[in-house]
Ligand binder design. Structure first.
Ligand code: ARG
Length: 458
C-alpha cells in the first residue's frame, strides 16, 4: 500500500470507497507526458535558482526520464490509492531516487501543477485540431475547384430557392471551418500562458523564476495573479466552446450528406469504404459515418455545458470540483479529432451526381427572382416587380408549365416591360452567371473566392 504524500496530519487510512470516489488517475493518466515535461522544467528552474542543487536536479531529471520510458512501454503501474497522475509520478520518483525526489514539489502545489498540465494538453490538442481543420479546408477548396461548373438548387427552408454553384455551397463550409480554425488559434493565445508558480494559491516565499519556466516550456507569457491561476478553467471552456461551434458546423455538412445520399435527393454517393450495410435489408447502403459525425455533436455540446455548470458559482480559488473538467475535455478533444479525420477521408471519396443536381436546379420556378430583378432593372419598384412575378408563377403553376415554357405573349400579359430577351435571364446557367455581386454565386466570383481563400490558408 503506497503512502500518500499528504499523510502527515492523518491518523486513519482513507476508506476504500473514498479512494474510488476521489481518484482521477483512471482518466488523468492521459496527462503523464505533460506532467513530466512540467516537472523537468520546474526542477531545472529550482536548480538554477539555487533552491535545489545541480546534482539533485540531475537525479530528478533522469528519474523522470526513466518514468517516461516505463509509461511509454506500458511498464508503469498506476495506483488508485495515489489519486492522480501528479502523485503517481512523484511517488514513483521518490521510490527511485529517494530524498532528491522529495524536493521536486518545492514551491509547487498540485493546484498549479494540474492547471499547467491542462494547458500543455490543450495547447497540443488545439494545434492538432487546427492542422486537421486546415486539411479539411484545403480539401473543400480542391473540391470546389474541381466541380466549378456543377449547378445545384440552393435552399432556404429546405425549399428550392435559387440555383447556385455546388462549389459555392462547398465553399460556404470552407468559410465556416476557417473561422473555426481562427477561433481555436485565438483561444490558444489565452491558453498558452504559464500558471505554474502560483503554488497552492498565494505564490511562494521561495525565490522562483516563473519567466524561466515559461521560456523552457515555450509559453507566451506568465499568469499575473496566483489566485486566478489556480481558480480558473476558462481556457478549457473556451476550447470546448470552439469545439461545440465546430461540431455545429460539421453536423450540418453531415446532415446534408445524409440527405443528399437518399434516393429522394440522389445528389451524392459515398464510397463503399465509407458506408455500411444493414443486417436485415440487403439492398441498403447506409451513410453511418456522416450520421455519426452529426450524432457526436451532442456529446461535445454536453461537455461544454457540463464544464460551464461545474464552474458556476465556485468560490475562489481551487476546489476539488474542478477535477471534473478532465473527462469532458478528453472526450471532446478525441471526438473532434476523430470527426475531422473521418470527414476529410469521407469527402475525398464522395461523388456528385451533377446531372441530377443540374436538372433539379432548374425545377420549381427557381429563377423567378431573376424575372423580378429583370423588371427592377427596367425601372419597376422591387415590390411591384415581386408582385407581378408572383402572378406569373401562379399562372405558370395553374397552366402546368415551367417559366421557360411561357410564350413572350404570356409574359407580356403581365408586364409590357418584359421583352423576348427574358429567356436569357431565366435559364439556370444564366441565372447563376448573373450573380456577380461580391460574394455571389457566379463562376467568376466563386473562382475569386477560392483564390482569396487559398491565399489565406498559406
Ligand atoms: N486531481 C486533482 C485535479 O484534477 C489535482 C489537484 C488536486 N489538488 C488538491 N488540492 N487536492 O484537480
Amino acid at each position: 500500500m503506497a503512502k500518500k504524500p499528504w499523510a502527515g496530519r492523518f491518523t486513519e487510512a482513507t476508506s476504500k470507497g473514498v479512494e474510488k470516489f476521489t481518484e482521477s488517475i483512471s482518466f488523468d493518466k492521459r496527462l503523464w507526458k505533460y506532467d513530466i515535461e512540467g516537472s523537468v522544467a520546474h526542477a531545472r528552474m529550482l536548480a538554477r535558482q539555487g533552491i535545489i542543487s545541480k546534482k539533485e536536479c540531475d537525479r530528478i531529471v533522469s528519474g523522470l526520464k526513466e518514468i517516461h520510458r516505463e509509461i511509454e512501454q506500458g511498464l508503469f503501474v498506476f495506483r488508485e490509492e495515489l489519486e492522480d497522475i501528479h502523485m503517481n509520478i512523484e511517488s514513483a520518483l521518490i521510490g527511485k531516487i529517494g530524498d532528491a525526489g522529495g524536493k521536486l514539489h518545492t514551491a509547487r502545489s498540485r493546484n498549479d501543477q494540474v492547471a499547467l498540465d491542462i494547458r500543455l494538453y490543450l495547447r497540443d490538442r488545439t494545434r492538432e485540431i487546427s492542422g486537421l481543420l486546415l486539411g479539411l479546408e484545403k480539401e473543400l477548396a480542391d473540391m470546389a475547384e474541381k466541380n466549378l461548373g456543377v449547378m445545384m438548387p440552393g435552399y432556404t427552408h429546405t425549399q428550392r430557392a435559387q440555383p447556385v454553384l455546388l462549389s459555392h455551397h462547398m465553399m460556404a463550409y470552407a468559410q465556416m471551418f476557417d473561422r473555426d480554425r481562427q477561433r481555436f488559434s485565438d483561444a490558444l493565445k489565452r491558453i498558452n500562458i504559464l500558471p505554474l508558480g502560483a503554488c497552492a494559491l498565494a505564490g511562494t516565499s521561495l525565490p522562483i523564476d516563473r519567466a524561466f519556466v515559461a521560456e523552457l516550456l515555450k509559453f507566451d507569457g506568465v499568469s499575473e495573479n496566483s489566485i486566478d491561476s489556480v481558480s480558473d478553467r476558462d481556457g478549457v471552456i473556451e476550447f470546448l466552446a470552439c469545439s461545440a461551434i465546430f461540431m455545429s458546423h460539421i453536423s450540418r455538412l453531415a446532415e446534408e450528406l445524409v440527405l443528399w445520399s437518399s434516393e429522394e435527393f440522389f445528389f451524392v454517393s459515398m464510397s463503399d469504404a465509407h458506408t455500411t450495410g444493414s443486417s436485415i435489408m440487403p439492398q441498403k447502403k447506409n451513410p453511418d459515418v456522416a450520421e455519426l459525425m452529426r450524432g457526436k455533436t451532442g456529446r461535445v455540446y454536453g461537455s461544454l455545458v457540463s464544464l460551464l455548470t461545474m464552474m458556476k458559482g465556485l468560490p475562489l480559488s481551487y476546489n476539488r470540483d474542478m477535477q471534473e473538467d478532465k473527462e469532458p475535455i478528453f472526450d471532446a478533444a478525441e471526438t473532434v479529432t476523430a470527426v475531422l479525420t473521418n470527414a476529410a477521408e469521407l469527402l475525398t471519396r464522395v461523388t456528385f451526381n451533377s446531372e441530377r443536381m443540374a436538372k433539379v436546379a432548374g425545377d420549381g420556378y427557381s429563377t423567378a427572382t431573376d424575372i423580378a430583378e429583370y423588371l427592377v432593372r427596367k425601372g419597376l419598384p422591387v415590390r411591384q416587380a415581386h408582385e407581378i412575378t408572383g402572378r406569373i408563377v401562379r399562372y405558370a403553376i395553374e397552366s402546368g408549365k415551367g417559366l421557360t415554357d411561357l410564350t413572350p405573349q404570356e409574359y407580356k400579359a403581365y408586364s409590357s416591360l418584359i421583352g423576348s430577351d427574358i429567356y436569357d435571364f431565366i435559364d439556370v446557367r444564366a441565372s447563376i452567371n448573373s450573380k456577380t455581386s461580391f460574394g455571389g454565386t457566379s463562376p467568376a466570383r466563386v473562382k475569386e473566392q477560392i483564390k482569396r481563400f487559398r491565399k489565406r490558408l498559406r
